[in-house]
Design a protein around this ligand. Structure first.
Ligand SMILES: [Cu+2]
Length: 164
């Protein structure tokens, strides 16, 4: 997750320079990384959830319920003819990232909280949800986020058993 913060910081500083506008002094990331959970251990996956991405700019499903402590394997498919991606993050992170992507649409990167897929491809994200609440996800390809290509993982805390 360090990588992402560094890259985002780099991207933001590039865009700040090209605009001649100074970025604000606050640093992105920090506790937000933990807010959405952590990369999961593939050996500890509790459930696999299939998610499809299509050219109607929707994820199916776009509402996913998990329990706190679960490690989910998202098996993601692109049934469209355009490239799509699924990026997990806080709404703030996703919106900042999307703005950067609009400036640098060719930029491609791979990180543990995201997968970018060419048409007809499948990929996966293994993610552990460590905090109850909502985790947003979105496709940050230019125009897709604005068209509503986003969804939410609802993380509920269950009291009946302990989590490791
Ligand atoms: Cu998309």
């Amino acid at each position: 997750m360090q990588t992402r913060s560094l890259m985002l910081a780099a991207m933001l500083s590039i865009s700040a320079t090209s605009n001649g506008v100074l970025a604000s002094g606050t640093h992105a990331g920090g506790h937000d990384d933990e807010a959405i959970g952590v990369p999961g251990d593939p050996a500890k996956v509790t459930r696999t959830i299939a998610v499809d991405m299509s050219d109607n700019m929707r994820f199916t499903p776009d509402r996913i319920k998990v329990s706190r402590g679960e490690t989910i394997r998202f098996r993601i498919s692109n049934s469209g003819k355009l490239k799509h991606e699924l990026v997990l993050g806080t709404k703030k992170e996703l919106e900042e990232h999307y703005k950067a992507m609009l400036k640098f649409p060719e930029m491609e990167h791979e990180e543990e909280n995201m997968v970018t897929l060419a048409p007809a491809k499948t990929g996966e994200i293994v993610w552990k949800f460590t905090k109850s609440g909502k985790v947003d996800f979105a496709c940050l390809k230019a125009g897709h986020y604005d068209a509503g290509m986003k969804g939410q993982v609802i993380v509920t805390a269950k009291k009946k058993q302990g989590y490791k």
